[in-house]
Design a protein around this ligand. Sequence first.
Ligand code: SF4
Ligand code: SF4
Length: 140
Amino acid sequence: MRDDDHIAFDPQTCRQCGGRCCQGSPGVWVDPQRFFAIFFSGEQLSLAALRKRLPELGLVLWEKSGVPVPAPCSVIEGCSFWGKNGCSFTVAERPCQCLALIPDPATLQQEGCACQLPPLFSFAEAQRQWKKYWSISAGK
Ligand code: SF4
Ligand code: SF4
């Protein structure tokens, strides 16, 4: 799979929508390797080291489910990286789920979000990938 194969976003539909997904819950980075390549030049950190470094990036760990998964901070308006000019991450940095969400023009005609995430980018898949990563990094 090419690195950009998972990019589904449609600037025209999303511009008209104004980022309803971003005003709900942020997307997460599903692929640990991609996450560390973006933020740490590929250096793969332990959980304790990542915990220390995340605040300076404006990121948090979602870990209520028992598997820590990095995500943008949430604020009352939704994702803290969302603003009137859209997402402040570059496309290359944006969470895997944000890129993979398939815009559905039906969203423009209704309340809420009709856009769908492919199963490979579900939160369950993110948990699966991060669980595997943490189990390997704990053994280093
Ligand atoms: S809710 Fe759907 S249409 Fe709106 S910005 Fe998000 S992906 Fe695009
Ligand atoms: S990271 Fe960007 S695209 Fe993803 S929810 Fe936040 S503002 Fe939206």
